[in-house]
Design a protein around this ligand. Structure first.
Ligand code: MBD
Ligand code: FE
Length: 255
């Protein structure tokens, strides 16, 4: 018997039961929903569907409890096995791809520099795909792990991602469209900042002036995550000062 599981599942079940009752859901609507969910599973979109609707809520809870940088949704395209990189992510070398320089610092909330900090960086190709998930892109492209120096600084070059349309031909995109919405996310770069003894910071940053920054289908944009428009030597610059907090004491929540 796991009390946490019982508590959470009881809560989900009664929330769903309340909606079924309030909306007077018919048996045929119920069957339609089941068929839909089976399609979501068959097309491997369970994580995508849940991220679209629920990840931002979990992140908001985390933000409320955190004293570090603003967290953001992880999304479905993180890969633990990304390679360490020194100063550049592997990308396709095409002139049409605009250069991006990401640099900044990582500090602890007390202003000190943590030891052993790594930053996972990942973003889409210039045509809106993620390596390791979409076909045809080597898995070590457009993603990598950075080691942060003893001075707390980091910097990495890559290319600009573009506004990203979550797969619109699958069941998740179809549902968003049926609801009169859209399936676009603003161009973004994902980060996961890790250090021994600190809470892992998962976040993403957006570009000031970019399409969909004000209307993200995943509801993942916070004002503090929008990187101001800035260009240095022909490259768009994303300047970020991450703040990480010491590992939180856990209640029994994870047992
Ligand atoms: C993404 O690239 C993403 O970051 C999220 C949160 C959801 C779908 C696709
Ligand atoms: Fe993403």
């Amino acid at each position: 018997m796991n009390k946490r599981v019982k508590d959470v599942v009881d809560g989900i079940v009664s929330a769903v039961q309340r909606v079924l009752d309030e909306k007077e859901i018919t048996e045929s609507e119920y069957r339609t929903a089941l068929h839909y969910l089976m399609k979501v599973a068959e097309q491997r979109e369970i994580a995508l569907l849940c991220d679209v609707f629920f990840n931002s809520t979990v992140v908001a809870t985390k933000a409320r409890l955190s004293s570090g940088s603003t967290p953001a949704i992880e999304g479905p395209y993180y890969r633990e096995d990304a390679p360490f990189v020194v100063d550049r992510l592997k990308t396709y070398d095409t002139d049409a791809h605009k250069p991006l320089l990401i640099k900044g610092t990582v500090k602890a909330v007390d202003g000190s520099v943590a030891e052993g900090v790594t930053i996972d960086v990942w973003h889409s190709t210039p045509d809106g795909k993620y390596s390791g998930f979409h076909d045809g892109i080597p898995t070590d492209f457009y993603r990598g792990k950075l080691r942060v120096g003893r001075d707390g600084q980091f910097s990495v070059r890559t290319t600009m991602p573009v506004a990203y349309q979550i797969p619109s031909d699958g069941p998740t995109g179809a549902l968003l469209e049926t609801m009169g919405g859209h399936s676009w996310r603003p161009a973004h770069v994902h980060f996961k900042v890790k250090a021994p003894g600190y809470e892992t910071l998962t976040t993403q940053y957006y570009f000031e002036g970019g399409d969909w920054v004000g209307d993200d289908c995943c509801n993942g944009v916070e004002p503090s995550l929008i990187s101001p428009e800035k260009v240095e030597e022909g490259a768009r610059v994303m300047n970020i000062d991450f703040v990480i907090e010491p590992a939180l004491e856990r209640s029994g929540a994870n047992t």
